[in-house]
Design a protein around this ligand. Structure first.
Ligand code: SF4
Ligand code: SF4
Length: 427
């Protein structure tokens, strides 16, 4: 696709092409600064560079083509919403979490300022007409995780076709029953949208397809446990972010090909980090594309990000859906278990399993320190930080809590704080 093809596509989508051009101008610079300055990147990163290089061109064009062929596109905002159901109905799932400051002012026009940037950017991207994914989707699926999102969906629904899943806030047996019912309702909704029946075969195939994607991501993350880490945290974050909207089969294939390359690096003890680099685990709120700020700061301050206990990290891929069942009831039960039981969002009470996970992951990835990241105005993760920091202290793992947003205004201050934290780890 040429740039003018893209412009025509964006105009046809009813986008504000002029304003969007400003984003197109800023992104390559930001991407170049964070990613292309790295030395000895794996060759397999070329694919992801290409995908991001034309982020609003390549994949949107594929989605539009699929729509012309009769397929529907479903956009989601949270990893609790099961993509298997979308795939099983013959539709395409795409993540919609927005990670750029570019969309925040548009969100602030309709939302209180004291809303987290992720929510503001999502609404801004739609109302400002500056993201093709937010124009293409036939259905937007929200959830009742945090209050900010719950109320924002009502505003988004004034402009976009919305469907809401009501996620329980506890994990008692009756909550699993409720989530199972929600998944069944979602299946009906998608059958209505697509005109296709979700069959035992189509749902099972979707479970296998998405498990294969998770397995590729798990394989990728394993390399971060090595002494000699053959890929940077920045690159793994980028790959994880792309996983949310790329074609799942192609993504799996490309990620496995990259892992083959990393296997060779492993044999040869190749590391992209200098000896003595401190291993950092990040925990907290999601880092949606193109939010690369923290990884960039950590990895240019003597640290390596070895794991993200986040929705844009290990939470997305660590747990598979049990593939054994092939009957409808069994598969829905397995999806219910995976999508309620195995995701430890701070919207749950209590949420001890997340605290246990942080300690376990810090040990598995041999983290020297943990950074507890909070997106500004995210009340639930901020509050849960009390337990996170307490548990880490008890486990003797150094930790700092930081709060940030999508602007660059705090970059210098963060560099100073994170730099001092990493230096302290060396002592
Ligand atoms: S942090 Fe919670 S609400 Fe946000 S994507 Fe993750 S599970 Fe969903
Ligand atoms: S970061 Fe916090 S406030 Fe923002 S959408 Fe996620 S849970 Fe809600």
């Amino acid at each position: 696709m040429t740039m003018s093809d893209n412009h025509k596509m964006w105009a046809d989508l009813g986008m504000d092409v002029e304003t969007h051009d400003l984003l197109c101008e800023a992104l390559p610079q930001a991407f170049g600064d964070v990613f292309l300055t790295q030395e000895n990147r794996p060759k397999g990163m070329d694919y992801y560079n290409m995908v991001v290089g034309d982020i609003h061109g390549i994949r949107p064009a594929e989605l539009i083509q699929a729509q012309k062929n009769g397929q529907k596109v479903v956009g989601t905002f949270c990893i609790h919403v099961p993509d298997e159901v979308v795939l099983g109905s013959g539709a395409i799932a795409t993540g919609l979490c927005s990670g750029s400051q570019f969309w925040v002012p548009g969100g602030e026009r309709v939302l209180p300022t004291a809303t987290c940037p992720l929510i503001k950017a999502s609404l801004g991207a739609r109302f400002d007409k500056t993201c093709p994914f937010f124009r293409i989707c036939d259905l937007f699926v929200g959830e009742t995780t945090c209050d900010g999102k719950k109320k924002a969906w009502e505003i988004l629904a004034t402009d976009a076709p919305m469907y809401i899943m009501d996620i329980p806030q506890m994990k008692r047996p009756e909550d699993f029953d409720k989530w199972e019912k929600e998944i069944k309702n979602y299946m009906v909704k998608l059958e209505e949208l697509t005109g296709n029946k979700i069959t035992e075969e189509s749902l099972h195939e979707a479970i296998v397809t998405l498990n294969n994607k998770r397995k590729a991501l798990k394989r990728l993350n394993e390399f971060r446990k090595l002494d000699n880490i053959p890929i940077s945290g920045r690159d793994v974050l980028l790959i994880t972010q792309i996983a949310f909207y790329d074609d799942p089969k192609r993504f799996t294939q490309m990620t496995n090909a990259l892992c083959d390359e990393l296997d060779k690096r492993k044999e040869e003890n190749v590391s992209v980090f200098e000896a003595g680099t401190k291993r950092i685990l990040l925990t907290g709120t999601p880092l949606s594309i193109p939010n690369w700020k923290l990884h960039q700061i950590v990895e240019t301050s003597g640290g390596a990000v070895v794991c993200e206990e986040m929705c844009t990290g290990i939470r997305y891929s660590e747990h598979l859906v049990d593939e054994e069942a092939t009957d409808m009831d069994g598969m829905i039960k397995n999806l219910t278990h995976r999508y309620l039981g195995n995701i430890n969002c701070a919207c749950f009470t209590p949420n001890d399993a997340r605290i246990d996970d942080i300690i376990r992951l810090a040990k598995e990835y041999r983290a020297d320190g943990v950074i507890d990241v909070n997106l500004k105005f995210c009340n639930i993760y901020d509050t849960e930080g009390y337990f996170v920091e307490k548990a880490l202290e008890e486990a003797g793992i150094p930790c700092i809590g930081i709060e940030t947003d999508y602007t660059d205004e705090d970059a210098e201050q963060l560099k100073t704080r994170i730099g001092a934290f990493i230096e302290m780890l060396g002592k």
